[in-house]
Design a protein around this ligand. Structure first.
Ligand code: WT7
Length: 653
């Protein structure tokens, strides 16, 4: 197999033998304390999920559970429901209207407490505004907002009227936004004047204008006022949220929608330069995220849950918005970065709201480790009782630090493996049942079946490593790539026919514990975010001075991987620190700051096979300082020597 690109510490995993059983007092009271759940789901998969689905409110009950026409699944297909009704009205009708849905904390320190009734009200007004702007069931809406309460409200408003939405992370560029609008053919763009970031203002409206000028389908911009600076305005096209939404009725009937109605599209990076529109639908998705959220995070009455991801990524869709709200949870929603105004901001938020469940990414944990425990020690984190991790492999050191320094040694950790495509967590401990090992995501969720296979698709015996595949459908699985059936089949279903190929390497130890080892394709994981090497390469090559570029993920102690770019310039150009800076900014402008290369190395040539393919794997080894393997297939072996001897000298931040 290709060598997985995860942190080197993972190599030591086979010897990791520390184990942590669920604390006694925790297991007794856990939402799931009966190990029979695994057998039950295994014996009767459809019965298990039907039972979970029936905890939701259906307008028309389903009679069918799963129809599996490989590679497309339908779940609960003849049933009808509405996601917003399940996330809001249901709880208000049950007498929980005054329960807090979100404790919202703004970056500058302002805050808002939003109850279920208030969120319902805001959602309905927004849904009526969408209708007033001509949005009908089935029309697509693009959302480009910071982490403010209007973001979940806009998503729920779309769900209420059955308009599939696509949220574009507010850190993405105008160009990235435009290409997503184009592909989804969205007719409305919901945005804000700006967003706060580390005290500064991100010009969202300006980016939105640039994107709308490029994307032909946008009829209106609905603009939330957040940062209040003057913004460009197109009369007739642009509409202020506070003028239109506030004037609407707080009543809006929820559409009864088929379970397979498209809920949203979310674009994610693959191995080519064009992001894929991952399709998620209604009934199975909500069943999957509600069930996993309740059982894995052990949600109990009185919990205050905080998923510190951004709603622009799938983690936020499933585990800030839909899972928690379907379960009637009380969450924290935080707008800003962990170090604004100071490096203890997260711990201050946890103390302020008495957060009991924290879900975040290994890159954040490693950053806090670097900053030091003194920032944590300033605050009382005694309210915490469960910790979660997601987005990339968590190294045992970070896991142990998280457990001790943040969790006070008393909180179980759930390391949850999943992806944009899976919609819901698939590999994870159940915190009341499973003994954990630092760095292992442990076992598949009940009803989920995975395997670790070799090149030929044969199961690798315990103790071995290979490719992770998923063996059977699950309710929140993607329903394809938007408008691209061929790419869907090729990307996920062709390498191991009949099985879902995740793109991850995995190891199973002697006891069957799963250790995820990183991507095996050309997808990098930068702070847990997916960026394709080709996407960054084409951004680099679009610069007039660049002839050719090869991009790889280099191991990074904090961000997991960091972007390392080998760049060959057009003749007549010289590499320099200034040009390096310019190229890095060029990539940030064309994709977003998240894709800005950390290091650029200018090289007169790139190692290629005789057929002309750039040998990225070799470059990865050079950048990571790994001993080089076989270079005999190279067209010109001297190129490697030259790059290697120069590789200490790439210019960085
Ligand atoms: C990729 C999917 C789904 C949440 C955010 C990421 C990696 C995710 C883990 C984990 C090891 C993990 C995989 C996967 N990944 N969680 N707990 N342990 N690796 O979603 O952007 O679609 O990325 O994230 O490599 O393929 P995504």
């Amino acid at each position: 197999m290709d060598e997985p690109a995860g942190p080197r510490a993972l190599e030591a995993l086979a010897t990791e033998d520390r184990r942590f059983p669920p604390p006694a007092g925790f297991a007794d009271r856990a939402v799931v304390s009966d190990p029979g759940i695994y057998d039950r789901a295994e014996r009767d998969l459809e019965g298990f999920w039907a039972e979970q689905a029936r905890t939701l409110q259906w307008r028309k009950p389903f009679t069918k559970v799963l129809e599996w026409d490989l590679p497309y699944a339908k779940w609960f297909a003849d049933g009808e429901l509405n996601v917003a009704e399940n996330c809001l009205d249901r709880h208000v009708l049950a007498g929980h209207g005054d329960r807090v849905a979100f404790h919202w904390e703004g970056e500058p320190g302002d805050s808002r407490r939003i109850t279920y009734r208030e969120l319902q009200d805001l959602t309905n007004r927004c849904a009526n505004a969408l209708k007033a702007l001509g949005v009908r069931t089935g029309d697509r809406v693009a959302i480009y907002l910071p982490m403010i309460p209007e973001l979940p409200a806009a998503m729920l408003a779309c769900a209420r009227i059955g308009a599939p939405f696509t949220v574009v992370f507010a850190g993405f560029s105008a160009e990235a936004l435009a290409s997503r609008i184009d592909d989804s053919e969205a007719k409305l763009l919901i945005t804000a004047d700006g967003g706060y970031r580390k005290g500064g203002i991100v010009p969202l409206k300006k980016n939105a204008d640039d994107a709308a000028a490029r994307a032909r389908t946008i009829e209106h911009l609905l603009v939330v006022r957040r940062t209040k600076q003057a913004v460009p305005w197109t009369e007739g096209r642009d509409v202020w949220w506070h003028e239109l939404v506030d004037a609407q009725s707080p009543e809006c009937p929820a559409e009864s929608l088929p379970a397979e109605h498209m809920l949203y599209l979310l674009y994610t990076s693959g191995t080519t330069a064009t992001p894929k529109g991952i399709v998620h639908t209604t009934g199975g998705y909500l069943t999957g995220v509600a069930t996993t959220h309740r059982t894995i995070f052990d949600l109990r009455a009185g919990d205050v849950y905080w998923c510190a991801a951004d709603i622009g990524w799938v983690t936020g869709h499933s585990y800030i918005v839909f899972g928690p709200l379907a379960n009637g949870a009380t969450s924290v929603l935080y707008e800003g970065t962990p170090d604004f105004p100071d490096k203890d901001r997260w711990w201050q938020v946890i103390e302020k709201y008495k957060v009991s469940i924290l879900y975040c990414a290994p890159t954040a944990i490693r950053t806090f480790m670097k900053w030091g425990a003194e920032h944590v020690a300033k605050h009382d984190l005694g309210s915490l009782r469960l910790l979660g991790s997601v987005g990339e492999p968590i190294n045992p050191e970070a896991w142990l630090w998280y457990r001790k320094t943040i969790g006070g040694g008393r909180c179980p950790i759930v390391d949850t493996w999943w992806m944009t495509e899976t919609g819901m967590i698939l590999i994870t401990p159940l915190p009341g049942l499973v003994t954990t090992k630092p760095g292992s995501a442990t076992f598949p969720f009940p009803g989920v079946k995975v395997d670790v296979v070799d090149e030929s698709g044969a199961s690798v015996p315990l103790g071995g490593a290979g490719y992770l595949v998923i063996e059977r459908p699950w309710p929140a699985m993607l329903r394809g790539i938007y408008k691209d059936d061929r790419r869907y089949r090729e990307t996920y279903w062709s390498r191991f026919p009949g099985r879902f190929f995740a793109g991850d390497g995995a190891k199973r130890d002697a006891e069957g514990y799963l250790w995820l080892m990183g991507r095996v394709d050309d997808v990098m994981k930068i702070s847990g975010h997916r960026i394709s090497t080709t996407e960054v390469e084409s951004a680099l090559v679009s610069h007039p001075r660049v002839a050719e570029a090869a991009v790889i993920g280099r191991e990074d102690l904090i961000t997991g991987q960091a972007i390392f770019a080998f760049v060959t310039l057009r003749s007549g150009n010289e590499g320099s620190a200034a040009l390096s800076l310019e190229l890095r900014e060029h990539v940030a402008r064309s994709i977003g700051a998240i894709a800005r290369p950390k290091t650029i190395m200018f090289t007169p040539d790139l190692p290629k096979t005789r057929s002309g393919k750039i040998m990225r794997r070799l470059l990865r080894d050079i950048a990571n300082g790994v001993a080089l393997g076989d270079t005999t297939t190279l067209a010109d072996a001297s190129v490697v020597e030259m790059i290697r001897s120069a590789s200490g000298s790439g210019s960085e931040d």
